[in-house]
Design a protein around this ligand. Sequence first.
Ligand SMILES: [Zn+2]
Length: 342
Amino acid sequence: MSTMKSRNILTAVFICIGLNSFSQQTINGFSLPESVTSNGKRFFVSNQGQDVFSKDGDGFISEICEDGKLIELKFLSQKDVLNSPKGRNEVIIADENEITATTQAKHNILYNYGIIEAFVGGLYRGSLPIKVLKSKGDFGLGAPDMLDGELTMLDGKAYQTKSTGETVVLDNDHKTSFSSVTFFKSDTVFYVNNAIEQKNLLEAIENRLTNRNAMYAIKITGDFNNVRTRAFPPVKEEPFPVLSTILDRQQFFDIQNTAGTLVGYHLPEFLNGIQISGFHLHFLSADTKQGGHVLGFKGQNLKVEIAELKSFELEAPTTKDFQNFQFRKRHNEDLERVEQGK
Ligand SMILES: [Zn+2]
């Protein structure tokens, strides 16, 4: 494999164009150098580290002066800062004295693991480790392994609210069957001080969503007079039942007088089936002891933060169950006619 061979490259030859002459320098210590860029006075080499494709945190940027001498082999090499920096787009250079390197802005991309239609159709067995989910977002919601309660991600931690009402932190090895996360960065913020019920607050939010066909992440923090949530108990028997046939197993919770955060999304109609269109919110109390899938609430002193999501990354499970799942046929006569040219 070419990747294996190129791992052995530790030396790269630099040809620098000075003001009056060419000079050639050999610099040792690069680790899978990928690209070079210049601000006119310095050269910057992105090094991908041992493994190009893993989030191993061993990437770094080397700084080289115009005569080809190495100034610093590994500036910005702090652990976990860079994984495998590639290309000019991922390296931002401010000026000679102040240099910033970064991977591409990754906030407000909706990462979706799984397809909601398959999940509610009985595919509850988790197949994506929480550790991987965390690399895709620090905010969101989903389902724990085996439909065991509700999953809420806030500030980079994943919580499971069980059907017993207990809320615990999920460890990195736990697997989710369906989750939607993003690195949340709000672009709209407003406050509601007076007591307000779910219906009225969601209407107020909807009025501020400028694009009815955009994806939005929504975070509502404040004091809640009550929040009604639910959580499912884990499934045991296979084949797993379709979710709509076991609604009687849901456990409901009326959480009273607590500070906390509603975490969720407002998604467009066209994603329905892959996702849930409209609002979908989960709750986590400020003490992280209570939560669940939100059915209603009344709150006050609320801070509402909204982020319009820029793009959508969909990852479908590769499990046997998923491969064999029978999706509903969706006929779209117009599309079929256009596709077939008649
Ligand atoms: Zn939910």
